[in-house]
Write a protein that binds this ligand. Sequence first.
Ligand code: GLA
Length: 395
Amino acid sequence: MENTGEIRNKILEVFAEKYGSSEGARVFFAPGRVNLIGEHTDYNGGHVFPCALTIGTYGAVRRRDDRALNFYSMNFEGEGVIASSLDDLKPLEDKDWTAYPKGIIWAFGEKGYTVGSGFDIVLYGNIPNGSGLSSSASVEVLTGYILRELYGFEGITNIDLALIGQYSENRYNGVNCGIMDQFAIAMGKKDNAIFLDTATLQYEYAPVKLLDAKLVIACSNKKRGLGDSKYNERRAECEKALSEIRTLVDVKSLGELDEATFGKVESLIKDDVRAKRARHAVYENRRTISAVRALRNGNITLFGQLMNASHESLRDDYEVTGPELDALVNAARKVPGVIGSRMTGAGFGGCTVSIVRNGNIDEFIERVGREYLEKIGYAADFYVVSIGDGPGEVF
Ligand code: GLA
């Protein structure tokens, strides 16, 4: 069910089954994202370089006249229609996936855009759940886009949708994520990655011209579990390191430091682990700037080397890779035609992203898949992906 037209028909059919008819229902889409380089830099005031994917989340939706909210996900069929209401939006209390759309309705209210009547919705996502390709941010941006369209909240830009998504994730869901995922999704552009300075939200599109190669995502199928709390822990370690540096140097974020300046102030950080975390944040930001320059110059080889260095830093200094992602990357590095390979997203499970020459993709999937299965004991999944646009209505 990969063709947009087919997905639209199917989701409207399910909508009619669940809610009586599909008359007046509209269908919207928001992508998932993959980050090419610049990991764990976004909450450190550094740069990121993600792109939106052509896979994502679809939503068929229709306004109601009362205050009821009905949610159904084709990815969680067993949970059935989950009934709620606009009077039932309480941060940090939801235990199921509806926390993501409900958080957005709540966040709209907090920002002065009060949603006065409910809706019925059916969601269908073709991003593998928990894969680190931002299925949750995709649902958040999708919901924001739908609210803007359905309730006529003019003046909300796509960047606002990203910020509202992040606000909701932080406050309603309790994950202190940065802005990268929601921004990449809300601002996605076909065949382009987004070079974003998270300190200022200034951004530029950069065409991803890989010539005879493609992006291949390998999904570890390791469920993240503890990921969210570890994520918040890494963030806190960086904040503490920054506060130690600030006793001597006036900087707002680790992203303001280059390697040389960091070398001079590193000894202010009173704990070795914290110093490693900060080193990653500083070096990864600089690597991202260099990588975008390399891509613009058509130097894919250098871009790939910087991806490899990014993974090593995430493994050794930031310690967010784990045996599964390391196994995928180690196996990938042995396959001819692999230009670069690294973990992507928060880590602790999730996916790797590799640039692989077209002629080697089958071999890549076969060899990396076999080595992963032997080492880890369960299979990885592979996706050859394309870079797509941001959210929109599907006709
Ligand atoms: C998650 C977060 C992002 C970012 C990445 C790591 O995807 O949601 O904000 O911090 O991890 O780069």
